[in-house]
Ligand binder design. Structure first.
Ligand code: AMP
Ligand code: ZN
Length: 460
């Protein structure tokens, strides 16, 4: 079974072969650090983490690069509206200058990294602030100017989309318009409605450049950082699906026109959205939830990761607390079952491992892989140590933290009894469940039934 991913570029599940195996160059669009990340944003990073862990699990050597968008991001994809970082400075009552902008960016970047850690997401080793690579942006813009792809208007330097015959390939061709350009008031100086800013002038605040003071365009930041650290062509680029019609479409345009090489990226892989109340969760709609709300409800943040893995990354999910609480109960059950397996680690079960590989190689089919994890727990023919080894093996991809449960002091015998009691209760065998509880008490523990399931604690 070959490794396959759904490639937005071809709209097909394709066999994945890197340019330079076993190395994989992998770029993820990072967060805009004008505010706290919401749990919708975090889905994009849980997905990228699962993808990275899967590639590593399968023996690839991954170089993962991620930018931090800390400058040059407009409220509209059509390069109009206010600058999001400037708006954040105004919101926080800070004076408008580059130093304050950087400080604000660093603050929200740290918060973002804390969220990643809570979700067991490996923070990419190569993480870069866009504001540190303005020189590279300027060089790219100059190259595009020299090659005749860029022109100047009164408010910036723009990319001339008419000069690129296959502009818009990622979203299904030129005829598929990007709606954002029909929604917003057009800049009359642009030659074509979809031409986008490579550089925006700003006389009050900004970076020096041969074109004038200002900020790089959002899209050029990702092209410049991607190419600097991964080369002019690389293997994988990820982001949420909203980035397809404009940001990624324009990254392709400016990168391929600057280098003359196609494709800029072999595999474009996009994760679906998290909705809330059947609406897109977004920073601008103010309907977003942060990870801290999950923690405040007493829910383990890993539960959010676990809940996301129950759906394919290409399925839209609708967030609600009942679903998350259900996931919390299921995850606790898995943890309890794991703890009941005892301390010994045996051998990874080959057949299960083959199946697991088959599922994750099929465009990261985590729902099926999770069902397989339950099968391992329930298999009566497997020894506890072998179960443990197999679960830890799967968890290299899932990242649910089974390994860290080692320190738990509740003895396996107690956990086993608690599990039996839960079964008895489910079967409405209350006599047996009471007896089991007494047995648990005699070992120095008690059980509290909470809305999230039974919770064991030490007596006294
Ligand atoms: P931003 O911080 O706005 O630049 O977005 C960071 C990442 O979150 C991007 O990859 C977006 O595509 C993604 N994203 C934004 N909103 C959502 C959402 N509601 N659900 C899933 N992903 C989202
Ligand atoms: Zn990007």
């Amino acid at each position: 079974m070959p490794l396959k991913f759904y490639n937005t570029l071809t709209r097909e599940k394709e066999i994945f072969t890197p340019i330079n195996p076993p190395n994989v160059g992998f770029y993820s669009c990072g967060p805009t650090v004008n505010n706290y990340a919401h749990i919708g944003n975090l889905r994009a990073y849980v997905f990228a983490d699962i993808l990275e862990k899967t590639l590593e699990y399968l023996g690839y050597k991954v170089k993962r690069v991620m930018n931090i968008t800390d400058i040059g991001i407009m409220s509209s994809d059509a390069d109009t509206g206010e600058d999001k970082m400037t708006a954040a400075l105004l919101r926080e009552g800070k004076e408008l200058n580059l130093k304050n902008m950087r400080e604000l960016a660093e603050f929200y970047t740290e918060k973002f990294k804390e969220d990643l850690t809570k979700l067991n997401i490996k923070i990419p080793a190569n993480i870069y602030f866009a504001s540190d690579y303005v020189k590279e942006d300027v060089e790219l813009v100059q190259k595009l100017k020299e090659k005749g792809y860029a022109y100047k208007t009164s408010d910036g330097i723009y990319f001339d989309t008419a000069k690129m015959p296959d502009y818009g390939i990622l979203r299904g061709g030129k005829t598929t318009r990007d709606e954002s350009h029909t929604r917003v008031a057009e800049n009359p100086e642009k030659k074509n409605p979809e031409d986008f800013a490579l550089w925006k002038f700003n006389s009050k605040m900004g970076f020096e450049s041969p074109f004038g003071q200002g900020f790089p365009g959002w899209h050029i930041e990702c092209s410049a950082i991607g190419m600097k650290f991964l080369g002019e062509q690389f293997d994988i680029h990820t982001g949420g699906i909203d980035l397809i019609p404009t940001h990624h479409t324009n990254e392709i345009a400016q990168s391929e026109c600057a280098t003359g090489k196609k494709p800029f990226v072999k595999f474009w892989i996009h994760s679906e959205f998290v909705d809330i109340g059947s609406e897109k969760m977004s920073k601008s709609k103010n309907n977003f939830l942060q990870l801290k709300s999950v923690v405040e409800k007493g829910i383990n943040p890993i539960t959010y990761r676990f809940w996301l893995l129950m759906a394919s990354y290409r399925t839209k999910v609708n967030f609600n607390w009942e679903a998350l609480e259900g996931a919390e109960t299921a995850l606790k059950r898995l943890y309890n079952l794991y703890m009941a397996l005892g301390p010994e680690v045996g051998n990874v079960h080959q057949e299960y491992q083959n199946k697991f590989k088959e599922y994750i190689k099929d465009d990261l089919d985590t729902p099926r892989a999770l069902a397989l994890l339950w099968d391992v727990f329930k298999d009566p023919n497997m020894s506890d140590p072998d179960k443990k080894a197999t679960i830890l093996d799967f968890d290299k991809v899932f990242g649910l933290g089974f390994e860290n449960l080692k320190e738990e002091i509740i003895p396996a015998e107690v956990l086993k009894l608690a599990e039996e009691r839960e079964q008895a209760r489910k079967n409405k065998d209350f006599k047996k469940s009471d007896e089991l509880r007494k047995e648990i008490n005699s070992l120095g523990y008690d059980i509290k039934d909470t809305s999230e399931g039974p919770r064991l604690h030490k007596l006294g």
